[in-house]
Design a protein around this ligand. Structure first.
Ligand code: SF4
Ligand code: SF4
Length: 242
């Protein structure tokens, strides 16, 4: 076989990006599947919602606030409903996702700053076309946030980023990916982290104010929901107890 006809092996990074984009293209199917599975396990086996909460938080330490848009059955329904209000309304509503009174959403949003995996930009591939920021509701609605601009904070560490990965999908040059990041690696150059400290602080104070405002109502809602979910246990368990 001649050298011209021998196919060059594809770089590992490109293969990873292709797989990631395939997964992103199927996000709604994944969300529907995981959402139905979560609902089935909770209702069929009488699982307490606390288990769902703790599982979402434990996995959120790695993935951040992914649960809302990858695994939550209510999130899937809400996303369809939000889309009916037009693109601008949808962006604003998704930005406020953490305020819906769901403790998983709150905790996941705060975990975005700590999670191991975040959206990363490969500076050598980035052409600074801004397509990613146009696809991201956080970059559009939060001052001081961007996925590629120097001097701004990475949008995926914002509490409203729900790991939709629309930015990764939109990037035409494959510069965005998901990977380990600070403190386990780097997301944006450290000088940008320092220069962008003001908007970060502003975001934190907004998040805490919103949490304080919504907490009483949401706590009551969550308490009621947990109290009402008295799911019938399988009959054989009840017989054993007698
Ligand atoms: S879409 Fe990709 S290439 Fe364009 S600015 Fe964003 S990261 Fe850079
Ligand atoms: S995953 Fe990307 S597009 Fe989606 S909210 Fe986060 S930073 Fe924005």
């Amino acid at each position: 076989m001649s050298a011209e006809t021998t196919a060059a092996p594809r770089p590992r990074r490109t293969r990873q990006n292709t797989l990631l984009k395939r997964l992103i293209n199927r996000r709604r199917a994944v969300q529907a599947g995981l959402g139905i599975a979560t609902w089935f396990v909770v209702t069929r086996y009488g699982l307490s919602l606390w288990w769902v909460f703790f599982a979402a938080i434990a996995s959120g330490l790695v993935l951040g606030k992914y649960f809302c848009r990858w695994a939550c059955p209510m999130g899937a329904i809400m996303e369809i409903m939000l889309g009916a209000g037009g693109e601008e309304n949808k962006q604003k509503s998704l930005y406020s996702y953490f305020k819906i009174g769901c403790p998983i959403s709150w905790a996941g949003g705060l975990l975005n700053k700590l999670s191991v995996l975040r959206v990363k930009v490969d500076e050598s591939k980035c052409t600074h076309c801004s397509v990613c920021d146009k696809a991201c509701y956080v970059a559009q609605l939060a001052d001081g946030r961007s996925l590629h601009e120097g001097g701004k904070v990475n949008a995926s560490t914002h509490y409203s980023c729900s790991r939709c990965l629309g930015c990764v999908k939109a990037c035409p040059s494959g510069a965005l990916s998901v990977g380990p990041s600070w403190p386990f690696g780097t997301v944006i150059p450290s000088q940008n982290l320092l220069r962008a400290s003001e908007p970060e602080e502003a975001d934190d104070s907004m998040a805490l104010q919103a949490l304080a405002a919504d907490a009483p109502v949401a706590a009551v809602d969550a308490g009621r929901a947990l109290a009402q979910v008295r799911v019938e246990r399988p009959r054989r368990n009840r017989r054993k107890r007698r």
